[in-house]
Design a protein around this ligand. Structure first.
Ligand SMILES: [Fe+2]
Length: 314
């Protein structure tokens, strides 16, 4: 008998719209080192070399650069129906879609908007296209074609911005049953201005930051360790990629070694290693940061507040 993990299993993909698909596709494949699973005229489906599922990033040709949606996977149709009922009880409009009807590679889905304006799609399965390395006694090495790029292992988490972070965070907790591993409180006793929320064991699947409606703060990909990330930063600088002031640094908030960089459209990306151990248990106790400790939370070594980091990037 398998482990029965109900509800949201993982944050599976981020779907962004950019105004030059050719340029974007080149950046994500050749500079960041993702793998193309499928391509359409207006869309490209990408995954990391260490991911077996159909995609973790979709880039679409759009007139304006924007976050299109975030995809989350549940175990099965029963979970999907239960969530639809829960959303209906709250009066939240839901759209159902059949398998493969909106995007490639996923089963049945429901989509809805969360407080904060983001469109979420929850689906019951994703096609397993397999590891680039194969499954038979694989060599877990970065494929030759991707060497010299960061070629991250898998999608780690996604950061979103909301003009009402407290409301967004509460919705993620109460309806999608995420738990908080860490949060930052506004003022020194105030309401939550930011939170790291999880359904898996690494402390964060979704990060909420204050900011514009339906905004994307960053997309984070997992790397082996901090030395690996340091090497990546040299490749990125050589390729003319803009590196953020936060990188490489220890972010106490989430306890990750993180490097932030920007794609050619200004989308903030993160390469990180480490993180927290978290457990989905009602008594799991979150770490609390006060706003006065923001410098320590975001930049442990330099104790430095990069104001630009607090803005949405899409
Ligand atoms: Fe992050």
């Amino acid at each position: 008998m398998g482990v029965e993990h109900r509800g949201i299993l993982r944050v599976a993909y981020v779907w962004i719209g950019l105004n030059d698909l050719k340029k974007a596709s080149r950046f994500y494949r050749e500079t960041l080192g993702l793998v193309e699973t499928a391509g359409e005229r207006e869309r490209v489906y990408l995954r990391c070399w260490h991911e077996p599922f159909h995609h973790s990033l979709i880039v679409e040709q759009t007139a304006e650069n924007r976050l299109v949606e975030i995809g989350l996977e549940v175990r099965d149709g029963q979970d999907l129906d239960a969530l639809q009922g829960k959303l209906a009880a709250r009066g939240i409009p839901v759209e159902r879609a059949e398998s493969e009807s909106v995007i490639k590679g996923i089963g049945r889905s429901i989509s809805f908007h969360i407080p904060g304006g983001h469109r979420f799609r929850v689906f019951d399965s994703m096609e397993e296209v397999g590891y680039v390395t194969g499954y038979a006694s694989p060599d877990w090495n970065v494929p030759r074609a991707l060497r010299g790029t960061p070629a991250p292992l898998f999608l780690g988490h996604v950061g979103i911005t909301s003009p009402h972070p407290e409301e967004t965070i509460r919705f993620l907790q109460e309806v999608l049953e995420f738990q908080i591993s860490e949060w930052i409180k506004a003022g020194d006793n105030g309401s939550p201005m930011s939170a790291l929320l999880f359904r898996t064991t690494n402390g964060q699947d979704i990060a909420v930051f204050p900011g514009k409606e339906a905004g994307l703060h960053h997309i984070a990909f997992v790397k082996l360790d901090e030395t690996d990330i340091l090497n990546d930063s040299t490749f990125l600088v050589e390729d003319g990629v803009k590196i953020d002031l936060y990188g490489l640094t220890l972010q106490s908030y989430g306890k990750t070694y993180s490097l932030y960089l920007y794609d050619p459209f200004g989308v903030r990306l993160e390469l990180f290693s480490g993180g927290r151990f978290s457990e989905l248990h009602p008594e799991y106790q979150p770490v609390v940061w006060t706003e006065s400790q923001l410098k320590k939370a975001l930049s442990y070594y330099d104790n430095f507040l990069n104001e630009d980091f607090l803005k949405a990037s899409l």
